[in-house]
Design a protein around this ligand. Sequence first.
Ligand code: C2E
Ligand code: CA
Ligand code: CA
Length: 283
Amino acid sequence: MYKSKSLGKNTFYFYEHTLSSNAFRRFTLESDLKNAIQNQQLSLHYQPKVCSKDGVIMSAEALIRWQHPVLGFISPAEFIPIAEQTGQIISIGNWVIREASKMAVKWCEYASFNNVAVNVSAIQLAQDDFIEQTIITLKKAGCNPSYIEIEQTESALMDNMQDNIEVLKRLKQAGFTLSLDDFGTAYSSLSQLSQLPIDILKIDKSFVDNCATCEKAHMVVKTIIQLAANLNMKTIAEGVEDKEQLAILNSEGCFMYQGYFYSKPLPVEEFEKLLAQQIRHVS
Ligand code: C2E
Ligand code: CA
Ligand code: CA
């Protein structure tokens, strides 16, 4: 049933032996996810987002991690879709915002640090009380909305464009920074893009990967950066892994980057060490 559902509506799929182990894993994850917050198995890692010109850490993206007691590390790419299908993403997403906002309050004391970015699922955004609940959560942590950046994927946003625009406008009014994740992988039209109250376009890793070795990929990156500038948006490149890619991005005027070249996502303590080191370095 799950296999068939994952292929879309009104489909069928014949039973295969391998399915039973996949189905069993899914069943285990789905049922164990219910208690993962309570059992303190979830944590957030933070990946620095740095200024392309001088390498100063300006922000951090919160990325969720699940350490399962038996199955070990489970990738968010595997369990977030399950959480979305079961509705558990609401409580998990709220937990993410709660934890990230505590860190944002602390780290935004550094003058060069602007905000902490959280990934918000389209399911969360579609909840009538999403903004109210988020603001309540932030207030409890003493966190100003301007300390939080909300990342929405281009594909999720385009699925329900009109409703999503309204929510994004309200979030922007409330003071949040908004960014469009995985940009270039869905098919938003230029007219849709110009209507969005987005501050930052995140250039998808697939374009960054080849930008230093393939002229066409380079031109795509250049075009996205120019498009963003013309629409009054900033750009950040995702998944930068070497200095050649960074040199291209820098020469084309990409504002920020994140990726293994600078740092992998880090546990809180390690991220804080990196941030503190930098402050010492600057002063
Ligand atoms: P994403 O938001 O596009 O995050 C970027 C992913 O690329 C992360 O994978 C990050 O660890 C990885 N990455 C960053 N730099 C590099 C690099 O230089 N090279 C390579 N190969 N990978 C890099 P991760 O942490 O496994 O997250 C996967 C996806 O899961 C995220 O993609 C996001 O869509 C989702 N996700 C993660 N945390 C959350 C969350 O709290 N809520 C929601 N709704 N989704 C989340
Ligand atoms: Ca993201
Ligand atoms: Ca992304």
